[in-house]
Design a protein around this ligand. Structure first.
Ligand SMILES: [Zn+2]
Length: 182
């Protein structure tokens, strides 16, 4: 089964329709991306953290090239909770399609929204950077449990947006990325 079918694009407009919307830098900044990838997500497998997941996902709301949409049905991205020996982790293609496993024991130590936002970052193609500061979302557990920042910094937002700037390649759709630990 191809992974391609699970990643959809929306808002495909003809070039003819564009000019009036995208005139001027200010207008371009505010306008939604014309080929934004919609990542549907299903959090019914992680009921303890539903609220935290929704908030964590919303932390990526400033992306221009990706939009998230919650569903209770088939989804590009699923969140599950359980007891995982290696802590929370992500598996997927790192390009919108994947599964996030939230380790209940680890969630007891760390800020739920930050963990959810961080793991979501892996689905956007961002790797861990544990040596980074708390202001960096992908530093994960590096700064320790006292770090509760759940917002990606400007660089992380830019990198995630860049990953989805163009239509996904076959390699991006078919690869398997596993990122263990928060
Ligand atoms: Zn991570």
């Amino acid at each position: 089964m191809s992974l391609r079918k699970f990643v959809s694009t929306v808002g495909v407009l003809s070039a003819i329709a564009l000019p009036t919307v995208f005139v001027g830098a200010g207008a371009a900044e505010a306008a939604p991306a014309i080929n934004a990838t919609t990542i549907t997500y299903n959090l019914t497998g992680a009921p303890n953290y539903a609220s935290a997941i929704r908030t964590g996902v919303s932390r990526w709301g400033t992306l221009r090239n990706v939009k998230f949409q919650e569903t209770t049905g088939r989804a590009n991205l699923t969140y599950r909770q359980g007891n995982y020996s290696g802590g929370s982790y992500y598996t997927g293609n790192g390009h919108g399609t994947g599964n996030i496993y939230l380790d209940i024991r680890q969630m007891g130590q760390y800020d739920h929204v930050r963990v959810a936002a961080h793991e979501t970052g892996h689905d956007l193609g961002l790797p861990d950077h544990y040596s980074g500061p708390c202001s960096e979302l992908m530093s994960g557990g590096g700064p320790g449990p006292s770090c509760t920042n759940s917002y990606p910094n400007a660089n992380e937002v830019a990198r995630a947006d860049a990953n989805f700037r163009f239509a996904a390649t076959e390699a991006e759709l078919n690869r398997t990325v596993v990122v263990r630990g928060y």
